[in-house]
Design a protein around this ligand. Structure first.
Ligand code: NAD
Length: 465
C-alpha cells in the first residue's frame, strides 16, 4: 500500500467514525429544541463577526477578492441569512395546517417539519464562504448535524472555516472536513440523510450517483450557460450598466452571471459602445488589484483557450503572473465557437446578434436549461413570452443577478443546472422533511368504509372524497 493510499484509508476510517458519532448525537435529540438551534446560530454569527478580518485576508490571499466585494457578496448576505433564520425559526418549526377533506371529517390535518439527520454540505470555490456556510445555516436551523467540505481550491478560506467551526463546535454536531477529490470521495462513501452539493454538473452527477446508493435526499446547486437578451426596446443605458456589473463582478466567476448576450441587431452597436464605456467606468481591468483574480492556473488557461483573438471587440489582455484576465467582449460569435460549448465562468462575454425573438429563444432552448436567464425589454408581451417559454432556475427582468439577494425568491436550478432550492425559509424546507399527518378524534365514528361494501356506500364515499 502506498503512502497516499494509506492516508486515504485512515481518513476513511476517521470519516466513518465521524458520521457514526454525528448520527448518535442526532438520535439523542440534542439538536431538536429550537432554543438549541437559535443558540448555535447566534454563536456562528458571533464567530463570523469576530473573525471577519481574517476571513477577508484569507480570500484576498486565495484569489485577490477585495474586502469590499467579499463584504457585499459573501459576508453581509451570510449574516443576513443567519438573522432571517433566527428571527423566523419559531414560526418555521410550527405545524403547517392544511385542509381536511369531507371523507375524513371530523379531523385536523397538518404537516410537521422534522430534521433529516446527518447532512453533508459540499461547497464550491467561487464564493467560498457564502456557498459553504449559507447551506450550513439552513441545515442548523432545521435541526440537523452537519459535515461541511469546503472547496479545496481557495486553501486559505477553507482553512479559516475549519478553524472557526472545528475549534468552537462539538464535532458530533458540526465538523469541517477539508480536502479535495480523495477526501470528498471518502466522504461520499458514507450514508447521510441529506447531501447538499454546489458545483459543476459533472461532479453533481458523481454526487448524485453516490447518494443513490443509499437513497439519500440531494440538493444539487449546479451551473450552466445563462443567457441575457437585449431586445430592441430595452432601456439600453441602465440595462447595459446593470449587466456589465453582474458579468464582471468576481471576474465573471459567478454561477448566475450572464454567460452570453443575445442582442437585437438594431441595438447591437449601441450595446457594444455602452458596454465598453461601463467596463472602463467600473475600472474592471487587469491593472486594478481590486478586480478578482482567476482562481487557478488551470482555469486561467482554460479561459484563454476560449478567447478567439480574431473576435475580440474589447479586452483580451491578461497577466499570467497575477492570474488576471481583462474583461473581454467577443463579437461575431457563432454557435460552433468553443466559447459557446461550455459554461464560461470567467470575464469573457460573447455577443450574438439576433433578428427575431424566435431566433433568440431557439438558441436558448437548444442549450441545457440554465441556472439563470435575463431579459432587458419594455414590452409586457415579450416579458410574458420569456417567462412562459424559457426554462431557467431563477432570473430577472431588466436586471441581472440581483434575484439572489431577495431571500423570498428561492435559489436553485432546473434540469442540468440543478435539483432543489434554498435561501431563507426555502433553506429550512430544503433541510427538513414535512410529515403529513391526519389527526382524528375518537368521539365520533362513521361506518362508511366498514362492512357491507354496498354500491350506496361506494357512491357516498366517492361524493365525499
Ligand atoms: P466542482 O464541481 O469542480 O467542485 C465542487 C466541489 O466538488 C468541490 O468541493 C470539490 O472539491 C468537489 N469535487 C471536485 N471534483 C470532484 C470529484 N471528482 N469527486 C468528488 N468531489 C469532487 O465546481 P467548482 O469548480 O468548485 O465550481 C464551478 C461550478 O460550480 C460551475 O459550474 C458553477 O456554475 C457551479 N456553481 C454553482 C452554484 C450554484 O449555487 N448553483 C454556485 C457556484 C458555482
Amino acid at each position: 500500500m502506498s503512502l497516499t493510499e494509506n492516508t486515504a484509508a485512515i481518513a476513511e476510517l476517521d470519516i466513518e467514525d465521524l458520521v457514526k458519532n454525528q448520527r448518535a448525537y442526532f438520535k439523542s435529540n440534542a439538536t431538536m429544541p429550537v432554543a438549541f438551534r437559535l443558540e448555535q446560530l447566534k454563536k456562528l454569527k458571533d464567530l463570523l463577526i469576530r473573525h471577519q478580518d481574517e476571513m477577508y485576508e484569507a480570500i484576498f490571499k486565495d484569489f485577490g477578492k477585495s474586502k469590499y466585494e467579499c463584504q457585499l457578496t459573501e459576508f453581509f448576505p451570510l449574516v443576513d441569512e443567519i438573522n432571517i433564520s433566527v428571527k423566523n425559526l419559531r414560526k418555521w418549526v410550527k405545524y403547517r395546517s392544511v385542509k381536511t377533506n369531507l371523507l375524513n371529517f371530523p379531523a385536523k390535518s397538518y404537516l410537521v417539519p422534522e430534521p433529516l439527520g446527518v447532512t453533508l454540505v459540499i461547497g464550491a470555490w467561487n464564493f467560498p464562504y457564502n456557498l459553504s456556510l449559507t447551506p450550513l445555516v439552513g441545515s442548523m436551523a432545521a435541526g440537523n448535524t452537519t459535515i461541511l467540505k469546503p472547496s479545496e481550491l481557495p486553501a486559505e478560506t477553507s482553512k479559516i472555516m475549519a478553524k472557526i467551526i472545528n475549534e468552537n463546535f462539538d464535532p458530533n454536531y458540526l465538523r469541517v472536513v477539508e480536502g479535495g477529490i480523495p477526501e470528498t470521495t471518502a466522504l461520499l462513501k458514507q450514508r447521510y440523510d441529506k447531501i447538499f452539493f454546489t458545483g459543476s454538473p459533472m461532479v453533481g452527477k458523481i454526487v448524485n450517483k453516490a447518494a443513490a446508493e443509499h437513497l439519500t435526499n440531494v440538493t444539487l446547486e449546479l451551473g450552466g450557460k445563462n443567457p441575457v437578451i437585449f431586445h430592441k426596446d430595452a432601456a439600453m443605458k441602465t440595462g447595459v450598466k446593470r449587466m456589465i456589473w453582474s458579468k464582471f463582478v468576481n471576474a465573471g466567476q459567478l454561477c448566475i452571471t450572464p454567460d452570453y448576450a443575445l442582442v437585437h441587431k438594431d441595438v447591437k452597436d449601441e450595446f457594444l459602445s455602452l458596454a465598453v464605456k461601463e467596463i472602463k467606468k467600473a475600472n474592471f481591468s487587469v491593472e486594478n488589484h481590486n478586480f478578482t483574480q482567476i482562481i487557478n492556473e488551470r482555469n486561467f488557461d482554460r479561459l484563454l483557450g476560449l478567447i478567439d483573438p480574431e473576435k475580440v471587440h474589447y479586452g483580451g489582455t491578461h497577466d499570467r503572473d497575477d492570474r488576471r484576465i481583462s474583461p473581454t467582449i467577443l463579437t461575431n460569435v457563432s454557435l460552433d465557437d468553443a466559447i459557446m460549448q461550455e459554461e464560461i465562468f470567467g470575464p469573457i462575454l460573447p455577443v450574438l446578434e439576433y433578428e427575431t425573438i424566435d431566433d433568440a429563444f431557439e438558441i436558448i432552448k437548444d442549450i441545457e436549461k440554465p441556472l439563470a436567464a435575463y431579459l432587458f425589454s419594455d414590452s409586457n408581451s415579450l416579458k410574458e413570452r420569456f417567462l412562459k417559454e424559457i426554462p431557467f432556475g431563477s432570473g430577472a427582468i431588466n436586471d441581472c443577478v440581483m434575484q439572489i439577494t431577495n431571500p423570498a425568491i428561492p435559489f436553485g436550478g432546473v434540469g442540468n443546472s440543478g435539483i432543489g432550492r434554498y435561501h431563507g425559509e426555502y433553506s429550512f424546507e430544503c433541510f427538513s422533511h414535512f410529515k403529513g399527518v391526519l389527526d382524528k378524534p375518537t368521539a365520533i365514528e362513521t361506518n362508511l368504509k366498514y362492512y357491507g361494501y354496498s354500491e350506496k356506500q361506494l357512491y357516498i364515499i366517492k361524493k365525499l372524497s
